[in-house]
Design a protein around this ligand. Structure first.
Ligand SMILES: [Zn+2]
Length: 321
C-alpha cells in the first residue's frame, strides 16, 4: 500500500469515528422538557414525621403537595403529575419507612419521571433551660469503712424547662455530589437514550439498554447523573431564591445532604429536590405553614420555580453542560 492510500484509509476511519461520535451525541441528548412530575409528600401513615404543637409534618406536607399539584395542573394541563401518596398512608401502604422510601423511588422510576419534588417540614429540638432556685438540706453518707459517717449538705435545686427552638425558614436539598456514583444506577433509561422519534429510523432501531457493569456505559451514565445534579441544583436555587423574595428566613441556600432522609433523591433516575417548607417546631412558623395564606405563598413559589426551571430547560440554558 502506498502512503497515500494509507493516509486516505486513516482519514476515512477518522471521519467515521467523528460521525459515529456525532450520532451518539445526538441520540444521547436528554429530552429538554418535563412531561411527568413526581410529587412526593414526605412521611405518612405510620410515620407522622416531625411533630409541632398542634400539627405534624406528614399532614402539612400532604396538604401543600396536593395544592401544589392542583395549581400546576391548572397552568400546565398536559403535565402528568404522579403523587407518591394522596392520603395519610405510607406510600404503597408499605409497613416500614424504608419500604415506603423504596416504593417512592420505584414509582418515580417506573413512571419515567422527568422531575421529582419531595415536600417536607423541618424541625429543631427544643432548647433546654435550667435555673437555680435554691438549696435543700440533705443527709448523705460519706467515707468508707470506720470513717463512714453522715453529713448534712446543701443540695442545689434547679428548675428545668424547655422552650421551642427559634430556628425557622426554608431549606432545599439535593443529594450529596459524592453520591453521583450511586445515582448512576438509577439513570432513567428513556432519558439516557433520548426521546425516540418514530420519524428517525436510525434512532428507533437497535435500542440497547445500558449495562452499568460496562465501564464505558458507566462513564456515560455518570455524565447523566452529573446533568441531573446540575439541573437539581439549578431548580433548588430557584426555589430558595423565591422563598427569600417572599421574606422567608434564609438559611444559607441550597444544601447537600447525605443521610437516610434524602436517600430517595439519589435513588430516582431524574433531577430531584427535597423542599423543607418551614419549621413545624417553631410556633410562629407552624401557624404559617398550616394557614391558607402560608400554604398559598409556598405553592405560589413552587409553581413559579417550576415554570422558570421548565423554561430554562426548554431553552437549553441549563442541564447539558
Ligand atoms: Zn421529613
Amino acid at each position: 500500500m502506498t502512503s497515500r492510500t494509507l493516509f486516505l484509509i486513516g482519514a476515512l476511519t477518522f471521519s467515521l469515528f467523528l460521525l459515529s461520535f456525532a450520532d451518539k451525541n445526538k441520540t444521547l441528548q436528554p429530552k429538554a422538557t418535563i412531561k411527568t412530575l413526581i410529587i412526593d409528600p414526605g412521611h405518612g401513615g405510620i410515620d407522622p414525621g416531625a411533630r409541632g404543637s398542634f400539627s405534624n409534618e406528614a399532614d402539612v406536607a400532604l396538604s401543600v403537595s396536593l395544592k401544589f399539584g392542583k395549581a400546576l395542573q391548572q397552568e400546565f394541563p398536559d403535565l402528568k403529575i404522579i403523587y407518591t401518596r394522596t392520603t395519610d398512608v405510607m406510600p404503597g401502604n408499605k409497613p416500614t419507612k424504608d419500604q415506603g422510601l423504596r416504593y417512592r423511588a420505584d414509582l418515580a422510576n417506573s413512571s419515567n419521571g422527568d422531575l421529582f419534588i419531595a415536600i417536607h417540614c423541618n424541625a429543631a429540638p427544643d432548647i433546654h433551660h435550667r435555673e437555680l432556685i435554691g438549696y435543700k438540706k440533705a443527709t448523705v453518707m460519706v467515707g468508707k469503712g470506720k470513717k463512714r459517717r453522715k453529713v448534712t449538705k446543701k443540695v442545689p435545686q434547679y428548675r428545668h424547662w424547655n422552650t421551642p427552638n427559634p430556628a425557622n425558614g426554608t431549606e432545599t436539598y439535593i443529594w450529596a455530589v459524592n453520591k453521583n456514583d450511586i445515582k448512576v444506577n438509577s439513570v432513567n433509561k428513556t432519558e439516557y437514550y433520548g426521546e425516540i422519534d418514530s420519524t428517525d429510523t436510525d434512532v428507533s432501531s437497535n435500542i440497547e439498554l445500558p449495562d452499568p457493569s460496562d465501564p464505558l456505559e458507566k462513564a456515560r451514565m455518570l455524565i447523566y447523573a452529573q446533568q441531573y445534579f446540575r439541573k437539581s441544583l439549578n431548580l433548588a436555587d430557584i426555589v430558595e431564591k423565591g422563598f427569600q423574595a417572599q421574606g422567608r428566613t434564609y438559611r444559607g441556600g441550597v444544601k447537600q445532604r447525605n443521610d437516610k432522609g434524602i436517600w430517595v433523591l439519589q435513588a430516582t433516575g431524574m433531577p430531584s429536590i427535597l423542599v423543607e417548607i418551614g419549621f413545624v417546631s417553631n410556633p410562629e412558623e407552624e401557624k404559617y405553614i398550616n394557614s391558607d395564606r402560608g400554604q398559598q405563598e409556598i405553592v405560589d413559589n413552587l409553581v413559579n420555580s417550576f415554570r422558570t426551571y421548565k423554561e430554562k430547560l426548554e431553552s437549553k440554558t441549563i442541564g447539558t453542560q
